[in-house]
Design a protein around this ligand. Sequence first.
Ligand code: SAM
Length: 301
Amino acid sequence: MLSYRHGFHAGNHADVLKHFVLIQLLEYLGQKDTAYTYIDTHAGAGLYALDSGYASKNAEFETGIAPLWDRKDIPPAFAAYMDLIKGLNPSGKMRYYPGSPYCANIVMREQDRLRLFELHPSEIKILSENFRKLDNHAAEQGKRQTVRGKRVIISAGDGFESLKALLPPPSRRGMVLIDPPYEVKDDYRRVKVCLEDGLKRFPTGTFAVWYPVLQRQESRSLPEKLKRLQANSWLNVTLSISGPSPDGFGLHSSGMFILNPPWTLLDTLKEVMPYLVKVLGKDSAAGFVLESGEAGASAKR
Ligand code: SAM
């Protein structure tokens, strides 16, 4: 089923959490000179206009990037995320919001590799076009065209299936982002199966999974299942901007589950999550959960 279009949700609270954590993970990998590979199994369109098209319909960015835009009290650990988004909007007006491939492309260096998968025929077209524009822009400025080609490979296909062939990456350094729509409950099962296989092929890799926090059983049990996987360590963070609405519609809470996270991530999140709750929280049910653990040990909160 391919009805999901990420444009409707661009820049919402879930994107803020996901992309903030993603940038932290990539920046950590970039601390060593050796090249690393970033694999995005569900890439989306790459870049979204907030003032037109899908994003403007429900204006979900009002729950995420919009309330953060003019804040003067951004915690230092959150600055890299805000700087990246602001850098895409040099006029100062909030017009564009980056998807995970764009965030990664900005943070990653020339020697690093991006491998992007997308199944939706329209989304892959837009993604490819967005990266082609980046190349043209680089060429106009007399810069080498390092965006596509060897550095970035965009493939039409099933990200869950395609991951196998790419692990482990050549430099044995890298991370995978798994960010499915979860419109079909099989996505929950496929996330777990894909991680089990991924960890066997690349036991030292970092794997990050975004997931919606919903009442449905598959959503509630996903983090518990991921804690039992054979990783060295894990970290789970959720952000809720409110309690569930009486009609049960809308997404109010989401999480990022990271297998083999960098050791620095827990402290960074301790600094940033209370701030996100303060700025994005809508009622007394707003909050966050932050827990981590090692293989076979119980969770620390
Ligand atoms: N990761 C993107 C970001 O943060 O900007 C958003 C991705 S969106 C939540 C999920 C995307 O996965 C959609 O564009 C959808 O078309 C695509 N998709 C759905 N099933 C897929 C599959 N099996 N393999 C690859 N892409 C898939």
